[in-house]
Design a protein around this ligand. Structure first.
Ligand code: SF4
Length: 472
């Protein structure tokens, strides 16, 4: 590894801003929290003179912010690292240094094994230590050795991260979009038997209300109008309120809705067991809380739900949906479903289809069960053949697709307030979000970006709507 003279050297713990511009290639895999974490890493490096690039070969710093949810996640990261090794060698031949970083949940799960299997990697940093990224990048260059930091530090990363930046993901050339994520809760104590989150993200931690409100106000001052509050178990939120007591997610939402300039709030991902009465009441009473809820149920058979350690039954879930709909009749529901959990019989799979038929989802994410090393389900008896899982998934997805199309079709002729977020592929077209989180395309002037405008829905596709702007 070479040293460059434009980078600070000396006190390894105190990297100073550099004048010369460097390039950062950041790739976020997986969930919205990884998108948020990537933005925060980008913002930190932007303060040190790094601008984002889409071209890996142009990057002085490459960060893969990895996800462990999908099948063979670690293997996919190793294969990507093989490609990066070649780019790093080519750059080295040109006298250019490249710091290769693996962040996120695969970093947490694999740790030093990553450096052993992929020696091109200079830095492995877990989801709880990425606030140290500037210092770690600096140290790895200074010490010419790989560094692994997968600790769960005493200090909260949220207290150490810089203020939210006016630019998008640290790229000074891209203005911030009108929508943003804010992590309010992280980690999970539920230990569903198929899931790695409690091991990679650690125990449940909720940020204090005042810090979240500060971040929201800052985002609003930068033009953000819609914020999605994030947490692996977001409705288990129990952060310290201004009165010193633990506040619920419902209390947090009511508080944030009063921030001047914020027009829309959403939250994800929820657990059915934590859908409390006060949260349902916020769905009923708070107009800034959008009528969309992602509420995973995972499986329709009670025996499978018990084996998953979900601690709710199918009947509990259906009763809950009834209560949610009576609080907010127009709510659009989304969910996560796993098919082919160990031991799942055909009849148990049909119970999943029945539950989907009963609820009628606007959107859903469905997956074949795949074993995650270290989770209890990975060693359970009755692991199913891939072919059985694939065939069940196909049947489920056919049903979910029909439901999504039917929900979208039911929107035609209605007029929705749409928050325009970005320009479309076609000249003169903008893309925004309906209250129900559908993508909406419309002919509109770019002056409407960042504004909420009535749009009459004229047509519906499987994944998006199109419409015409109507006078406000
Ligand atoms: S509640 Fe969600 S994050 Fe927590 S263990 Fe279960 S699936 Fe994983």
């Amino acid at each position: 590894m070479t040293h460059e003279t434009d980078d600070p050297v000396g006190d390894a713990s105190m990297p100073r801003p550099v004048v010369a511009s460097k390039r950062l290639y950041m790739r976020a895999f997986g969930c919205q929290m990884n998108v948020y974490d990537s933005e925060r890493m980008g913002e930190q490096m932007s303060d040190l003179g790094y601008a984002e690039t889409d071209d890996m070969a142009d990057a002085d710093l490459i960060v893969l912010n990895t996800c462990h949810i999908r099948e063979k996640a670690a293997e996919k990261v190793y294969s990507e690292l093989g490609r990066i090794r070649q780019i790093k060698s080519q750059r080295e031949a040109q006298g250019k240094e490249t710091v290769v970083t693996v962040a996120g949940c695969v970093a947490q799960a694999e740790g030093a094994e990553i450096v052993r299997r992929a020696p091109a990697v200079d830095l492995v940093v877990g989801p709880q230590s990425y606030h140290r990224l500037p210092e770690l990048v600096h140290r790895t260059r200074l010490e010419s050795r790989a560094i692994v930091d997968t600790s769960f530090p005493e200090e909260s990363k949220f207290e150490k991260l810089p203020e939210r930046s006016a630019s998008r993901a640290g790229n000074r050339d891209l203005p911030r979009a009108a929508t943003a994520f804010v992590t309010v809760q992280e980690g999970c104590d539920k230990f569903c038997t198929f899931c790695v989150v409690p091991y990679t993200r650690g125990a449940e931690l909720s940020r204090p209300v005042a810090r979240i409100a500060d971040e929201l106000k800052r985002l609003v001052s930068l033009g953000v109008r819609e914020v999605t509050l994030l947490g692996q178990n977001v409705n288990g939120y129990h952060g310290e309120g201004p009165d010193g007591r633990a506040w619920t997610l419902a209390m947090l939402i009511r508080h944030l809705a009063q921030v001047a300039g914020i027009e829309r709030l959403r939250y994800t991902t929820s657990h059915p067991r934590d859908m409390t009465e006060d949260l349902l009441a916020v769905h009923r009473d708070e107009p800034k809380l959008m009528p969309y809820l992602h509420l995973p149920f995972q499986a329709g058979a009670d025996r499978i739900l018990a084996a998953m350690n979900r601690k709710h039954t199918a009947a509990d879930y259906l009763r809950l949906i009834e209560r949610i709909r009576s609080a907010r009749p127009d709510i659009a529901l989304s969910t996560d479903i796993i098919v082919g959990f160990p031991g799942e019989t055909e009849a148990e799979f049909k119970a999943t289809l029945d539950l989907v038929e009963d609820v009628q989802f606007a959107q859903a994410y469905s997956f074949k069960y795949s074993a995650r090393p270290g989770t209890p389900a990975s060693t359970m008896d009755g692991q199913l053949d891939e072919a059985v899982k694939a065939e069940r998934l196909q049947r489920l997805q056919d049903l979910l697709d029909r439901q999504q199309r039917s929900f979208n079709a039911s929107c035609v002729g209605k007029t929705f307030p749409v928050l325009f977020e970005k320009t479309g592929r076609r000249e003169g077209q903008l893309i925004g979000r309906s209250p129900y989180l559908q993508s909406v395309h419309a002919e509109a002037q770019s002056a409407l970006l960042g504004r909420i405008i009535p749009v009459e829905i004229m047509a519906a596709g499987p994944n998006s709507l199109s419409g015409a702007v109507r006078a406000a």
